[in-house]
Design a protein around this ligand. Structure first.
Ligand code: ZN
Length: 134
C-alpha cells in the first residue's frame, strides 16, 4: 500500500460557525466551503493548510456518528485521514493482514473522495480514514 500524505485531520465540533472563529479568524486558514454528507449525518468544512487540510465535522442529527463521538469523548480530533494511491488495493491488503475495518468497501465522502475507515481497535485507538482523490 502506498500512503502519499496526511490528507486531513477530522475535528469534531459542536458548530462549524464557532469553529471558524479559531481556525479561520485566529489561525488565518482559508475556509473552502461546507458540504453536508447526508448519509453520514454530518456537515464538513475544509480549511486547506498547504498540502493537507483541517476538516471540521458538525453533526446534522443527535444520532449521527459525530454527535455520538462528541457525547462519548467530547470535541476535538476525531480522525486522521491518509491519502493513498489506490484505496481498493489498500483495503485488500489490510483485509489480508487481518486488520479490522469499519468500511469493507470504499464509499463516497466529502468532495467526492473515495474513503474508508479502519477500526480504532486495529490502530491503537486512532480512527484512521483512507482516502483516494482524483
Ligand atoms: Zn475525513
Amino acid at each position: 500500500m502506498k500512503v502519499l500524505k496526511i490528507d486531513h485531520l477530522g475535528i469534531a465540533v459542536n458548530s462549524i460557525d464557532d469553529g471558524k472563529k479559531f481556525w479561520s479568524d485566529i489561525l488565518g486558514l482559508d475556509f473552502k466551503g461546507a458540504e453536508t454528507v447526508a448519509e453520514q449525518k454530518v456537515t464538513t468544512a475544509f480549511f486547506p493548510v498547504s498540502e493537507s487540510e483541517v476538516e471540521l465535522l458538525e453533526s446534522t442529527s443527535p444520532d449521527g456518528p459525530v454527535a455520538k463521538y462528541i457525547e462519548k469523548k467530547g470535541t476535538g480530533i476525531q480522525h486522521v485521514a491518509f491519502r493513498v494511491e489506490d484505496i481498493d488495493a489498500a483495503l485488500a491488503e489490510l483485509k489480508e493482514k487481518g486488520i479490522k475495518l469499519i468500511d469493507q468497501e470504499p464509499r463516497i465522502g466529502a468532495g467526492g473522495a473515495r474513503i474508508a475507515f479502519l477500526h480504532p481497535k486495529a490502530t491503537g485507538g486512532v480512527l484512521v480514514e483512507l482516502c483516494e482523490r482524483e
